[in-house]
Write a protein that binds this ligand. Structure first.
Ligand SMILES: Nc1ncnc2c1ncn2[C@@H]1O[C@H](COP(=O)(O)OP(=O)(O)OP(=O)(O)O)[C@@H](O)[C@H]1O
Length: 710
């Protein structure tokens, strides 16, 4: 059942800051519960200067807050209703609208402490008002019991934190419904859409497109959606997103948002009915909750007054987003003016849509609404004139200097208040199959996240454990949800149905663990007979899978280490081999030198031989010369021998005189005949032979006297 709901508009003035107090500025607005009006004394001033004729205009809103009112009061009064409704399937949008520096971020995100310093004074960094998420100290993660987690939340919490606390409080105690939440965070900077928390949780400098689908309406293609199980997880994502968001110092705000941001929570709930009707066994609600922090409208003159501005020599402003996601938008005038131009243009289109919608309400006709003019209005289409409980918090600066800008905000709020949305809860009656499909989707997303983290090597053991726990928790919930609500008589039939449905999930695991784990049809009924057994089985299975994966990772790490070691060894071996080869090559070099020398020598010899060969041959040496030589040689020998004989003969004579019989020994001493012969032959014969030998020789002698001296 749909119903008409007007956009809920409230107004909030911030307190004066230090600069305004220094400059003797005043709060010129009188705030009542549902209206604001110029204070009497200021109305008089305007009347006297003829800027105002008649009584001052009273601007009416659903609720008006004084500058002393806290964010908690704002949440309780205007936002809580929308947040709570999201749990019942109503889309909701909460956004802050107002000029720059009027307190939009303070309202949505909270603050570490209000800044009351004059902006013209040098900035004291430690007291700057920064989005609390950009100052948040590391969060101690405790996914299992988010309530007890040690969160370093900002001193002044913003609406988003209150909303999350509220949501998770309800979700965690709900027995009737099972909830699951996903979140995404986008930024529209210079009319381009960026994902502030992409798949890996970081920032991708990638422009996303806003597409239109007949069923879904406008949607951001490729925007990441993260399953969140606790407030800590959501805050971690916001913190990451805030670190990537664009801020800059301007004359109006030390920490001015340079982009519009939309933080989105998708809330799904499943309630299983106590019915035997298989076709309508559960109810699912789905809702989208948007928290929009718009960049503030600003005057060019204000931007030009910004302290510490630098004007670059080439002044073409960058159209896209600066490369470094964490970088603030640079404080040069052209960049600020370019950003300001885009902010003002998109806010102008927003006002245009609001005005048209307001006219449409009164004219009750089919008027064209120019949503397509900007990405902001495309994305907020269902929040403005569509199916959404929308609440706008208009923020204003209460000083005279900002009178015109405040007036513009007051008018915007006044117009928006007249817009009627057609609101309807997104409720569906489901079969079990659909619930299970939803869970399976959820489980698949978790699996993908685990896989992605694993692939990136970023998943630490404890993170893996947490993710695994979430996965198991969801599976457990799913099983309980179905089994608890089933009457005993029909249990078997339902179990069989559940089995056939969950087999899809089980199949995935089979794929992971191989075909060995085969579940038989008979077994399944037995398993389902005891409640929760399926979940336990599956938990065990998942545990086993993760353990196996852990082991594989361990093995891979070991193999990697082994390969690294082997590489080092091989490198050393290679070094040795190179050294050896160097030595061998040195030796080879030396041998080669020797070989070359030998070769050269051989060549030299060959050459000499050739020379000899070419000379007149030895055989051609004159024969007469040879004979003369031979003769001379023989004569020389004979001479020597004879000299010896003469010498020995004397000795023999002496000996034979002594003995007479041992003469043949004496001959032997002379070396003329062998001893045997001396023994065989008679001494006279021997002497005769010997004498004839010398006689023969004597024939050849001319000069040598062979006569033996007595
Ligand atoms: N209600 C409030 N109480 C105390 N301080 C506030 C309040 N609202 C805003 N402030 C302070 O005013 C300053 C400007 O606020 P904030 O940054 O939220 O403005 P903004 O509208 O988001 O500006 P911009 O559009 O430039 O981003 C901050 O220092 C903030 O702490």
């Amino acid at each position: 059942m749909s119903r008409n709901e007007n956009i809920h508009v409230s107004l909030r003035f911030r307190p004066l800051n230090m600069r305004e107090i220094d400059e003797n500025e005043n709060n010129i607005w009188q705030v009542n519960k549902n209206s604001v009006v110029l204070k009497q004394e200021w109305a008089q001033v305007f009347q006297e200067s003829k800027k105002l004729t008649g009584a001052p205009k009273c601007y009416n809103y659903n609720y008006c807050f004084t500058s002393k009112d806290s964010n908690l009061l704002v949440y309780e009064t205007v936002a809580k209703r929308v947040v709570r409704a999201s749990l019942d399937g109503y889309n909701g949008t909460i956004f802050a609208y107002g000029q720059t520096g009027s307190g939009k971020t303070y309202t949505m995100m909270g603050s570490e402490g209000a800044d009351h310093e004059p902006i013209s004074k040098p900035i004291r960094k430690e007291r700057r008002s920064v989005s609390p998420f950009r100052q948040m100290k590391p969060i101690v993660k405790d996914m299992a019991s988010p309530r007890q987690s040690k969160l370093e939340l900002p001193k002044e919490k913003g609406i988003i934190i209150f909303a999350l606390e509220d949501l998770f409080e309800t979700v965690s105690v709900s027995n009737e419904k099972t909830y699951y939440l996903t979140c995404s965070y986008l930024e529209i900077y210079n009319e381009q859409v960026y994902d502030l928390i992409s798949e890996t949780g970081g920032f991708k400098n990638e422009v996303l497109s806003v597409n239109e689908d007949p069923a879904r309406g406008f949607y951001v293609k490729g925007l990441s959606e993260h399953v969140v199980g606790s407030i800590v997880e959501v805050l971690t994502f916001i913190e990451k997103g805030e670190a990537n968001r664009k801020y800059a110092v301007t004359s109006m705000n030390h920490n001015s948002s340079r982009s519009h941001t939309i933080f989105r929570l998708n809330v799904t709930s499943v309630r299983v009915l106590d019915t035997q009707d298989e076709e309508e066994s559960s109810i699912t609600t789905e809702s989208v909750l948007n928290f929009v922090d718009l960049a503030g409208s600003e005057r060019v003159s204000n931007l030009q007054d910004t302290p510490m501005l630098s004007k670059p020599p080439s002044s073409k402003p960058p159209e896209g987003r600066p490369r470094s996601s964490r970088m603030k938008s640079s404080n040069n005038l052209d960049t600020l003016l370019n950003e300001g131009k885009h902010i003002n243009t998109s806010l102008f289109y927003l006002c245009q849509v609001i005005n048209r919608l307001s006219e449409k309400n009164t004219a009750k006709n089919d008027m064209h609404i120019p949503y397509r003019n900007s990405n902001l209005t495309k994305i907020l289409r269902s929040s403005l004139g569509g199916n959404s409980l929308t609440c706008i918090i208009c923020t204003g600066t209460p000083t005279l200097a900002q009178f015109e800008m405040t007036l513009s905000t007051l008018r915007f709020g006044g117009t928006a208040r007249t817009i009627t949305n057609r609101v309807e809860a997104n409720i569906r009656n489901n079969k079990n199959a659909e619930i299970l499909q939803a869970y399976q989707r959820d489980i698949d997303v978790l699996r993908q996240q685990i896989q992605l983290a694993q692939d990136n090597g970023k998943l630490k053991a404890e993170e893996m454990e947490t993710m695994q726990k979430q996965l198991e928790e969801r599976i457990l919930k799913l099983t309980h949800m179905i089994l608890n609500k089933t009457s005993k008589e029909h249990s078997k039939k339902v179990y069989e149905n559940v089995w056939s449905i969950t087999s899809g999930i089980l199949n995935i695991d089979k794929r992971l663990i191989g075909e060995s784990k085969d579940f038989k049809v008979e077994e399944k009924i037995v398993k389902f007979d005891s409640k929760g057994v399926l979940a336990i089985e599956r938990m065990k299975m998942m545990n086993a899978i993760f353990k196996e994966k852990d082991k594989n990772i361990q093995n891979l790490m070991e193999s990697k280490q082994f390969l690294i070691d082997s590489k080092v060894n091989l490198k050393n071996e290679l070094k040795k081999a190179i050294e050896l080869s160097r030595q061998i090559s040195d030796k080879a070099q030396k041998y080669k030198q020797k070989f070359d020398k030998e070769k050269a020598f051989r060549k030299y010899l060959d050459m000499k031989l050739k020379i000899l060969e070419n000379q007149e041959g030895v055989e051609k040496f004159p024969l007469c010369k040879i004979e003369a030589l031979e003769k001379f040689y023989l004569q020389a020998i004979d001479t020597v021998k004879e000299l010896q004989v003469r010498l020995n003969y004397k000795q023999i004579q002496e000996i034979s005189n002594d003995s007479g019989k041992s003469y043949h020994k004496m001959w032997a001493m002379m070396g003329i005949e062998p001893i045997e012969r001396l023994e065989e032959s008679s001494s006279e014969e021997f002497i005769q032979t010997d004498a004839s030998f010398y006689a023969a020789r004597r024939n050849h002698e001319d000069t040598i006297d062979l006569s033996i001296d007595a």
